[in-house]
Design a protein around this ligand. Structure first.
Ligand SMILES: Cc1cc2nc3c(=O)[nH]c(=O)nc-3n(C[C@H](O)[C@H](O)[C@H](O)COP(=O)(O)OP(=O)(O)OC[C@H]3O[C@@H](n4cnc5c(N)ncnc54)[C@H](O)[C@@H]3O)c2cc1C
Length: 485
């Protein structure tokens, strides 16, 4: 059992309650275990004994990429975590050498980038996080239990706990007091409605409607598989092509094959329809790999109508003692693989705010903590939100308010993504930004701006026809001198 020896004499509070034990809840709980004497994680599902999709997280059937920023935070919170995952079958991969990615009509260059990350299923990742968290002696789980409301003090200025109902008991609603409540209940979060009922305004919402759907299926990785890649993705060129697809390796020598389509152009869940959809992608590679591969599961589908961001940071008043994390705060279009990594960055922000709180306030005073958190975390969300939505706005059908400068960003990133087919330096910077390791301003370094301008003026050097997937040895690797910014 882990104890919190470094801070135990100096806790910020005695009890924190977390609603939901999925990615955001587990990561936030780990952070809270350093700051509160006791952390209670309340989850409506019964935890699976083995990594399995559960009712509260149906998206677990679909490919879940964890960006490098997310992997880095999880490694800090749970040292050795990804070594354990790999020992159990997760796949380590170089972000360029082992990944074939067709986007904007070109294959990205392939070379040993030195940026590695881990492929695993969502269920395996979450199951191991829960296992590691349960080793903390001050973290307790209340399962098969629904949070049905918030408790507040008499003048409604502080949230003082939650109301809950145990699923298998007839008993009426129970109450659980807490110094801090963290809402990690996902897209169906009721915090905005609950605080409205206490007399506060609901946070404004920004919605970008994309009418997107996924279909996914697990396959056995073929025994005679001899390609020089571990994962392969094909994104049809937007705004004309609305379809994407990918093969992602996971533990147990399996693949998850996930395909998706925008604006009603959904991948079907029938045998023939799934294969036909793969065949219709701009490149045939996914179809060629799966047409004879052995399927291990049915085809699961998932509809994703819109990305939604709730702006708690804009509220002029808010009760103390409540914080919102994960999809409950911001839900991203899944094709950019940002959701879980943003959960990790939010947990890190919560940790920073709790540490600052301890420096600036009397012990155990959390006044103003949530205001600080919502301000800081909105800056964390700004960049991935802008990156994802500006790509989605390439489609004229996308509904939502297009921010100023979107057209320029789209033009710039289109040139940049084409450049990624030939210029390893640009590709490395792009991968760093995509993986939320660096801010997107590094893509406006003078070296990159010059390359983009030259490219747009016609000095193009596509890696032969885009139809030919670059093999590793064919790609000349010349990374420009340090241009880090
Ligand atoms: C199809 C699809 C594919 C995706 N692919 C990726 C990807 O490749 N990479 C990536 O990073 N992200 C991806 N995402 C996003 C990712 O799944 C989410 O960002 C992530 O799961 C958010 O976690 P969360 O903990 O905030 O919410 P959720 O995962 O939605 O979990 C909420 C939890 O709260 C519990 N709960 C809800 N209400 C209550 C209540 N009242 N009381 C008690 N418990 C409650 C639920 O049972 C559940 O366990 C994808 C999403 C979808 C839909």
């Amino acid at each position: 059992m882990k104890s919190n020896s470094i801070v135990e004499a100096n806790f910020t509070g005695s009890h924190a309650v977390v609603i939901g034990s999925s990615m955001a809840g587990l990561l936030a709980s780990r952070v809270l275990s350093d700051h509160f004497e006791k952390v209670t994680v309340i989850e409506r599902d019964r935890p699976p004994e083995t990594p399995q999709v559960r009712q509260g997280v149906p998206q677990g059937h679909h490919a879940h990429l964890l960006l490098m920023a997310g992997e880095s935070v999880i490694s800090q919170l749970f040292p050795g975590f990804f070594d354990e995952l790999q020992a159990g079958g997760a796949i380590s991969a170089d972000a360029s050498k082992d990944v074939c990615w067709f986007q904007f009509g070109v294959w990205k260059a392939r070379f040993k980038s030195g940026f590695t990350f881990c492929f695993q299923s969502r269920t395996y990742l979450e199951w191991h996080l829960r296992r590691r968290l349960s080793a903390y002696s001050n973290v307790h789980f209340l399962e098969e239990c629904d949070v049905t409301g918030l408790l507040s003090n008499r003048d409604r200025t502080h949230i003082t706990g939650v109301q809950l109902k145990q699923r298998n008991r007839q008993q009426a609603v129970e109450e659980l007091e807490a110094d801090l409540v963290v809402d990690a209940s996902g897209q169906g979060s009721k915090t905005s409605r609950w605080i409205e009922a206490l007399g506060y305004q609901k946070p404004e919402e920004t919605t970008v409607a994309i009418d997107f759907a996924y279909a996914s299926r697990r396959y056995k990785c073929p025994q005679n598989f001899q390609e020089d890649w571990k994962s392969l993705s094909i994104y049809n060129k937007s705004p004309f092509g609305k379809r994407i697809g990918g093969i992602f390796p996971i533990e147990g020598s399996q693949w998850i094959v996930t395909m998706g389509g925008y604006f009603g152009d959904y991948p079907p869940n029938t045998e023939k329809g799934f294969l036909d959809f793969a065949h219709s992608l701009e490149m045939p590679h996914i179809y060629e790999q799966i047409k004879d591969a052995e399927p291990l599961t049915p085809i699961y589908t998932y509809k994703f109508p819109a990305s939604i961001r709730r702006h708690y940071e804009r509220l002029s008043s808010l009760p103390e003692g409540i914080v919102v994390v994960g999809d409950a705060l911001c839900r991203f279009n899944p094709i950019y693989g940002q959701g879980m990594s943003v959960c990790a960055l939010e947990a890190k922000t919560l940790d920073t705010c709790l540490r600052e709180q301890r420096q600036h306030r009397d012990n155990r005073d959390i006044t103003g903590l949530n205001r600080q958190y919502f301000q800081q975390v909105s800056q964390v969300i700004d960049i991935p939100w802008m990156m994802a939505t500006s790509e989605d706005f390439r489609f004229p059908q996308t509904q939502g308010k297009r921010p100023l400068g979107t057209r320029f960003l789209q033009w710039y990133s289109a040139q940049l993504m084409e450049l990624c087919s030939t210029n390893p330096t640009v590709l490395i910077r792009f991968l760093e930004v995509l993986n939320l390791l660096k801010k997107n301003t590094v893509l406006f370094h003078p070296y990159i701006v010059l390359q983009v301008l030259k490219w747009s003026l016609g000095f193009k050097d596509f890696n032969k026809a885009s139809a030919e997937r670059p093999r590793l040895e064919e790609t000349e690797v010349k990374v420009a001198a340090d241009i880090s910014g």
